[in-house]
Design a binder for this molecule. Structure first.
Ligand SMILES: Cc1cc2nc3c(=O)[nH]c(=O)nc-3n(C[C@H](O)[C@H](O)[C@H](O)COP(=O)(O)OP(=O)(O)OC[C@H]3O[C@@H](n4cnc5c(N)ncnc54)[C@H](O)[C@@H]3O)c2cc1C
Length: 354
């Protein structure tokens, strides 16, 4: 039997697992090596923080999923890849040999660029480390959320009923890359709920309970939540695989690591030709292509290119039964948008939780 090793239980790999379960790969055994027994679905995390979902509604039980799909599960952390000898190194010790490897290990929080952030702020990722700390977060009277992107915005609104929340959107401002109309509606939503918005200056240093800026007084808060951009996991540097300037794995159009026909990857860990935002929706969309290409290569057939969509539906929960959305330049909002987001998220989870 040949061995397909799936590294990381991310959004693309849950679909690969489901498809292998529905249509096993003859002559191949499949293993999932991942860090968490419960894979979190980040789209529902702000809803968990707001008390709209129970934590288990936003978690995929990987043992149950693997058992249903006939895939062996190894709960451990990968610390290295040797592409030449076709080995993955495990934190628990020992190597795993593979004939075909697929990587969907996501990104890590970008705490390295700001001194003190790693020590004094609570990053949103990894989510498995965040979930046990939500109770303590809920007991805080003041919270500063650093990062004006979609995750920071949603989390600030999710927490505002429990604490006085400040959203620190920094130099790039609130929701960079979103249409102006949506940014204006988002700013109004924050103001209406009493969430203070601080824009214009990046945080230059973090100390216990304090965010420091290049000019002006520091911002104090009982809890500091770190929701800035995504960084590449440092261990990827030693794999020898081609990476972009930020350290993410370079792929060809078929989701293959550049120069390695037996290594595929998807999701936040990759640098796709032409560039893609670090958003779960891309990992989800890559799932079926990844599954098809792994099957093709396993069967000795050529893989097909992945053609990412040009624009995508972006939905932001306001944590009050409403949401904002945008697609192809149109901006919309209201209860029906939350209904749509909730429906999309629940349908995604139902595919893997059953
Ligand atoms: C609060 C929040 C809200 C968000 N909301 C949205 C949204 O509404 N829409 C959207 O499109 N995006 C959203 N995102 C972004 C989204 O989370 C990511 O783009 C998405 O999770 C990327 O999926 P992935 O499959 O690449 O990896 P991940 O979902 O990060 O999964 C990676 C998996 O690999 C495992 N792993 C990691 N390292 C190792 C290792 N060394 N060894 C073994 N296993 C490992 C992890 O345990 C995890 O199971 C949000 C992010 C946050 C933080």
């Amino acid at each position: 039997m040949k061995h397909l090793l799936l590294l990381g239980g991310g959004h693309a790999h849950v679909e690969v697992l489901r498809q292998i379960g529905a249509n096993p790969l003859p002559g191949w055994r499949v293993t999932l090596l991942t860090r968490e027994a419960q894979s979190p679905y980040s789209g529902m995390l702000p809803g968990v923080m707001a008390g709209l979902y129970r934590p288990e509604q936003a978690l995929i039980d990987m043992a149950a999923l693997c058992a249903r799909c006939g895939v062996a599960l190894l709960l451990d952390r990968a610390t290295g890849i040797d592409p030449q000898r076709r080995l993955v190194r495990r934190a628990a010790g020992g190597d795993i040999a593979w004939d075909l490897l697929s990587i969907d290990t996501g990104a890590t929080p970008e705490t390295d660029r700001t001194p003190g952030a790693a020590e004094h702020a609570l990053p949103l990722k990894p989510i498995d480390a965040l979930l046990p700390r939500l109770g303590a977060l809920a007991a805080c009277r003041s919270i500063a959320v650093v990062g004006g992107g979609a995750a920071g915005f949603e989390v600030a609104l999710a927490l505002h009923r429990r604490a006085a929340v400040t959203l620190v959107a920094g130099g790039s401002g609130l929701l960079p890359g979103f249409p102006t109309k949506l940014r204006q509606r988002a700013a109004r939503a924050l103001a209406a709920r009493g969430v203070a918005l601080r824009e214009g200056q990046d945080v230059v240093e973090v100390t216990a309970g304090r965010l420091h800026f290049a000019a002006g007084p520091p911002l104090e808060a009982e809890a500091l939540v770190w929701a800035t951009g995504a960084a590449a996991a440092p261990w990827l540097a030693e794999t020898g695989l081609a990476r972009d300037e930020k350290g993410f794995l370079r792929l060809d159009a078929c989701l293959r690591a550049v120069g390695h026909d037996a290594i595929f990857a998807a999701g936040d860990v990759v640098s796709f030709p032409g560039g893609l935002p670090k958003a779960g929706v891309f990992a989800v969309r890559q799932g079926p292509v990844l599954a098809a290409n792994l099957r093709a290569v396993a069967m000795g057939v050529a893989p097909r290119p992945h053609v990412p969509q040009r624009d995508y539906l972006r939905l932001l929960s306001l944590s009050d039964g409403r949401a904002l959305g945008t697609r192809n330049g149109f901006v919309f909002g209201g209860r029906w948008v939350w209904w749509l987001k909730d429906r999309i998220d629940r349908r995604f989870m139902a595919r893997y939780q059953r």
